[in-house]
Design a protein around this ligand. Structure first.
Ligand SMILES: [Zn+2]
Length: 246
């Protein structure tokens, strides 16, 4: 007799297996990230289908077998329908689920990540923002996720000399994990990306989960470009280190 586990989870990803099965990647409230086999879910008669769509928040039940977990029940709690109806929102949801899948390794419970996902998906669903502001939601999620995973960037003092940052020419180093002052940058000849003080301020607000910043920011390509650049750079660095430590 197998023990049945019940929890809530975000369905992040689905992959087809065999004739009618799927492997679901689910971020659960009580067990962290799990991969669960959904048997025969692609059959029209499957009772699991209606409750286990990608980007649903569902109540799920599974059993732990010898080698894998098998889904036995799924009830949709929130379908986030406004995400589904908007191509840009859908794209952001895909980016969020991809980055969780890339960065969260192993089955480790972290309620903060669970609530961050819940908050972000709710925001993404309900926000009536212009496309520029909507896209900032991803970075808000990304930097908070990084912070919970132990990569909170230093945004107040120089990571190298610890001196309080001044609004001068500043640099962001994903290797050092934060902002570097001009003096240290010139002295150490380290690889870092030029970052404007206003971007540092945006990142600080994002890490406070100040969702209002999304509305307040005016469309500016440099803001977007800068956030994209340091986010990609930091993600690349973490993935590179993770691979080395495997
Ligand atoms: Zn310094």
């Amino acid at each position: 007799m197998f023990f049945h586990y019940r929890t809530q989870g975000f369905i992040l990803k689905k992959e087809n297996r065999g004739e009618a099965d799927q492997i679901l990647t689910v971020y659960t409230k009580d067990f962290g990230k799990l991969e669960i086999l959904a048997k025969s879910i692609r059959k029209i008669t499957s009772k699991l289908r209606s409750g286990a769509e990608v980007f649903y928040l569902s109540e799920i039940e599974f059993v732990q077998g010898k080698n894998y977990k098998t889904l036995t029940d799924a009830i949709a709690l929130k379908k986030f329908e406004k995400i589904r109806k908007n191509v840009l929102k859908l794209d952001i949801a895909f980016r969020i689920s991809e980055v969780v899948d890339q960065l969260v390794r192993g089955e480790e419970v972290d309620e903060r990540i669970w609530y961050l996902l819940k908050e972000t998906f709710t925001q993404l669903n309900n926000q009536k923002l212009k496309s520029f502001n909507l896209q900032l939601l991803y970075y808000c999620f990304f930097w908070n996720l990084l912070s919970y995973l132990g990569y909170r960037p230093e945004l107040y003092n120089c990571v190298l000399c610890q001196k309080r940052l001044k609004p001068e020419r500043l640099y962001f180093s994903s290797k050092e994990g934060g902002v570097i002052c001009q003096n240290c940058f010139e002295k150490n000849k380290t690889t870092a990306i030029f970052i404007k003080p206003e971007i540092i301020k945006i990142l600080r607000e994002m890490l406070k989960k100040n969702w209002k910043i999304l509305e307040r920011l005016k469309k500016e390509r440099t803001v977007f470009y800068s956030l994209e650049k340091i986010s990609k750079n930091s993600l690349g660095k973490i993935l590179e280190n993770n691979e080395k430590n495997l």
